[in-house]
Design a protein around this ligand. Structure first.
Ligand code: BG6
Length: 526
């Protein structure tokens, strides 16, 4: 949660009464999207910017400049973005009037980020926008392009004088937003950081992990630290283990080349999943200052028990989907996907047993799994409490007496929180049933939740990096996954891995069940 959140809610128990909104306006700016012809711009960035405009959260003076190699006029770009908005942003109300006004601030340039002379054209365009739209020379550069172009683009911007280090309150300011992946291991991530820090100070750098922009993810801190009842239980004395699941029914779609290089460990675990682990595991920050929160997140990741390269198979399972059935439809295996090698050893599933070696979490396992082409699309965090210490209802409950209380934070879909507890069934007989006390965002608030990108772009405009990954956090995450990657690379060389090892539409490889089963637990049936 950021300090400079633009809205301040007045607590009111009647959900039909909305909180009062107090606004902080962002400075005027131009946002330069490098890779504006890509999927991310069409599906996420433009809809998020339009949604902010509709909610009157953009400053009066702003401009958006799309860059990519494809030749296109401003008008063609506006039409393309309008069509994408209608196609991909079904949760937004399209208003022609609002769009027409918004579109007047949209511009496009065809540019090759590898050619220095193209930066001169970008500079002239930004000067023009400064005069026409009053952007005051504040520029946000959004790198939504192939990661191989990150470093050349940053160097190009610096050489053209478009980007430079500045002090926290200095204006005009350049900021940079970097999409994941931040490198592909610790060494390359450090290399990328070096290139970034030659041109930008850390406070100008916004590394996007869109999970941090999700409402339900931000709510983890509120649940933990705005309520008095959970935190006393939030430790090894009362928590048996934690399960974090990210399951997708989708396959790799048309992202074969990217995914072949990345795999599930780099694509999901190193970033999104470890962010969730850090939010569940962190200590309360000393204040809502953005650095205080990020400090605590880094601290907990530093406590992750190192998995030795030699012992990876004791704590980690990888899988790759074969052909199967999803929602009644037959789907091909990963190796048959478009632009994927028929001999690929890339993992599409990963399950890890991890421990946080500190006082709070001593001996509590965190089981984390993520995979594509699984039986259901769901992301959740389940805190499983220890069973009651004395089994008073042993005779009534039988084996059920071992049932634990669960607190489940459902990240998506059906965002909400539920608590499972035992209750007496009405009637003369003494019977006990396990029930869920459910809170659902949709039903409770009845308002649309902003998309993760809306929140993150807005925070960047306000200069608030709380919900962005800091460089030391990225490094410590890579340090955790690097030995796993190294061990797999060795196994691959020795042809030790037999893929595919799970059917599309299942819950992943059997070894993942064994991983958790060996400790006496089982994955939640979702
Ligand atoms: C992205 C990954 O970062 O997150 C994708 O690259 C994945 O492979 C996606 O599908 C999942 O995001 P969400 O918000 O749908 O859970």
């Amino acid at each position: 949660m950021s300090q400079s959140v633009a809205t301040q809610d007045v607590v009111n128990e009647d959900p039909s009464v909305q909180g009062i909104q107090v606004e902080h306006r962002a400075d005027p700016f131009a946002m330069v999207i490098v890779g504006a012809h890509g999927d991310l711009t069409k599906r996420k960035l433009l809809p998020a910017l339009y949604a902010l405009y509709q909610q009157n959260l953009l400053p009066k003076d702003f401009a958006i400049l799309g860059l990519s190699r494809t030749p296109m006029s401003d008008q063609e770009f506006r039409v393309l973005m309008c069509d994408s908005l209608k196609k991909f942003a079904s949760d937004l109300k399209f208003e022609q009037d609002a769009w027409d006004k918004f579109a007047k601030s949209l511009y496009y340039l065809s540019a090759d980020m590898g050619k220095q002379q193209d930066y001169d054209t970008i500079t002239s365009k930004l000067d023009e926008l400064k005069d026409k739209h009053g952007t005051e020379g504040n520029n946000i550069f959004y790198l939504s392009t192939a990661p191989s172009l990150y470093t050349p683009t940053i160097k190009g911007l610096a050489a053209a004088g478009l980007a430079k280090k500045c002090k926290p309150n200095e204006a005009p300011w350049p900021r940079i937003i970097v999409e994941k992946p931040f490198g592909h291991d610790l060494t390359s991530s450090e290399g990328l950081d070096e290139a970034i820090h030659e041109t930008f100070n850390e406070h100008q750098v916004y590394r996007i992990d869109h999970y941090l922009g999700k409402e339900t993810v931000q709510n983890i801190m509120v649940l933990r630290f705005a309520n008095g009842i959970f935190e006393p239980l939030w430790n090894y004395k009362y928590i048996d283990h934690v399960q974090i699941t990210n399951a997708e029914t989708l396959g790799v779609e048309d992202r074969g080349p990217y995914y072949e290089e990345s795999g599930c460990l780099r694509d999901m675990l190193q970033n999104h999943m470890l962010q969730l682990v850090s939010l569940v595991g962190m200590e309360p920050p000393i204040s809502m200052d953005h650095e205080a929160t990020r400090d605590e997140k880094v601290k907990v990741l530093r406590c992750l028990r190192h998995i030795e390269k030699e012992n990876v198979n004791e704590s980690v399972v990888r899988g790759q989907y074969g052909a199967g059935t999803i929602d009644g439809k037959k789907v091909v295996g990963y190796r048959q996907e478009n632009r994927v090698s028929p001999e690929s050893n890339t993992e599409t599933f990963v399950a890890v047993k991890m421990f946080i070696d500190n006082w709070r979490w001593a001996g509590v396992p965190f089981f984390v799994r993520s995979g594509k082409r699984l039986a259901k699309s769901i992301t959740e965090i389940a805190i499983q409490f220890r069973p009651a210490p004395h089994r008073l209802f042993r005779d009534i409950l039988g084996a059920d007496g071992l049932n634990p209380n669960n607190l489940v934070i459902q990240i998506q879909p059906d965002e909400g929180i539920s608590l499972k507890f035992a209750t007496k069934q009405p009637g003369q007989a003494n019977q006990i049933r396990w029930l869920n006390m459910d809170f659902k965002y949709g039903a409770a608030f009845g308002v649309r939740s902003p998309s993760a990108y809306e929140r993150l772009l807005y925070d960047c405009m306000l200069g608030d990096p709380s919900l962005f990954a800091r460089t030391d956090q990225v490094d410590v995450s890579w340090a955790f996954v690097d030995p796993i990657l190294a061990s797999w690379a060795e196994e691959n060389k020795k042809n030790k891995i037999k893929f595919p090892n799970y059917e599309a539409g299942s819950w992943g490889p059997k070894e993942a069940d064994d991983l958790i089963g060996s400790t006496g637990f089982s994955w939640r049936r979702l």
